[in-house]
Ligand binder design. Sequence first.
Ligand code: ADP
Length: 165
Amino acid sequence: MRALYPGSFDPLTNGHMDLIERASALFGEVIVAVLSNPSKKPLFTVEERIAQIRVSTAHLERIEVISFDGLTVHCAEAHCADLILRGLRAMSDFEYELQIAHTNRSLAEDLETVFLATSARHSFLSSSVVKEVARFGGPVEHMVPCEVASDLNRHFNSAFTPPVT
Ligand code: ADP
């Protein structure tokens, strides 16, 4: 089966990695689809995010990394995906994810959305939290793959000035 895993991945976290690894074992083939939406003002360009995901998933087989804009269902159809994969961290994700899943089902009724519950140790992780920690010079090595940690450090090191106490 071929799973389409859409998201912003700005940047990829260990929570995303956990989902990709488990989906790869479950479904065989995973297409990671990076949303190209400039109105979200991403920290990393689509090309940078794709490069981060490619390097971080190089140990896995049958992972494809692509960019997309527009509707997820169109992307899924264009890439002959059997299902859309999304992650659930907490109840707070649920309401939004359910709405999106129903919307997608109304647009493409044969396309299922499959949710994987995040591993407990990654349930606090989000791309925004990681960016916030990195922005203020905190360590992110335990939250993201090492290539992403380097990119974050490079990005914020020049900008970071310790607060005056
Ligand atoms: P989006 O802007 O589409 O929500 P994200 O990159 O934030 O894009 O998330 C993509 C998917 O990965 C979503 O289904 C989200 O719930 C899931 N996800 C995000 N963080 C984690 C995590 N720590 N563990 C598992 N899944 C996660």
